[in-house]
Design a protein. Structure first.
Length: 237
């Protein structure tokens, strides 16, 4: 069941409609990161470079080189920081398009089934922010456990597998069920949902490929919800 859902979701990632959603997500991510770059460099110039430049006439010659070196190091640190933010920012923005992904899967792979209903905008924003928080929390926990040999990798997959599996399954379920029913269904199939979450965590662990995590996870959980709903006698509206 899990392998079937994962393969079906992976196959959809190559489709034109999925690519359109991904490039839209990536484009907005780039715009956000560019905005952050100019905002942070502007603050740095205002509170660090400009005051130092004003002081240079009163400082020895080497102070100017020191200021230049500090600016270069700050620029490198900022570039590294923004590089690390690519995946979380992409996750945050992609969360706003999860319903688009679900609609594509439902329309193309389940044309005879009643379509799900899109989540309200406020709920979509909450789901997006929760996913960002889960990614950050899961990776911070794994980072903290990095000093414990062999534990950090296990922690990464266990924490992310549980959290990502839970959130994305409930997202897919809430397109057909109320929140309480979606949570109850997830609890009844907790082992299956967790195992599917481990697959999502595996995708999340691969650099560059992890940018596709939200779209892959949403598609996979749409398939998984359909499968477990069939076991339970069908999805509810």
């Amino acid at each position: 069941m899990i392998v079937e859902a994962a393969m079906a979701a992976a196959g959809r990632l190559l489709g034109a409609e999925f690519r359109a959603v991904f490039f839209k997500t990536l484009g907005l991510t780039v715009l956000v990161l560019i905005g952050l770059w100019f905002a942070i460099t502007g603050l740095f110039d205002a509170f660090a470079i400009d005051p130092l430049a004003a002081m240079l006439p009163e400082l020895p010659d080497w102070a100017g080189w020191l200021g230049l070196l500090a600016a270069i190091l700050a620029g490198l640190a900022l570039a590294l920081g923004l590089g690390l933010l690519i995946a979380p920012v992409t996750a945050l923005i992609a969360g706003l398009f999860l319903d688009d992904v679900a609609e594509i899967v439902e329309r193309e792979d389940y044309p005879r089934d009643p379509p799900g209903r899109a989540l309200p905008m406020a709920t979509s924003v909450i789901v997006s922010v929760k996913f960002l928080g889960l990614v950050v929390l899961g990776n911070l926990l794994a980072l903290v456990l990095l000093l414990v040999p062999g534990v950090n990798l296990v922690a990464f997959f266990v924490v992310n597998g549980y959290l990502l599996g839970r959130e994305f399954f409930e997202f897919a379920a809430m397109r057909f069920r109320d929140e309480a029913d979606a949570k109850a269904l997830r609890r009844r199939h907790a082992g299956t949902v967790f195992a599917a979450g481990l697959v999502i965590a595996l995708v999340l662990s691969v650099p560059v490929v992890n940018l596709l995590t939200p779209l892959f996870a949403a598609a996979m959980m749409v398939h998984l919800h359909k499968m477990v709903s069939a076991r339970d006698g069908g999805a509810r509206r």
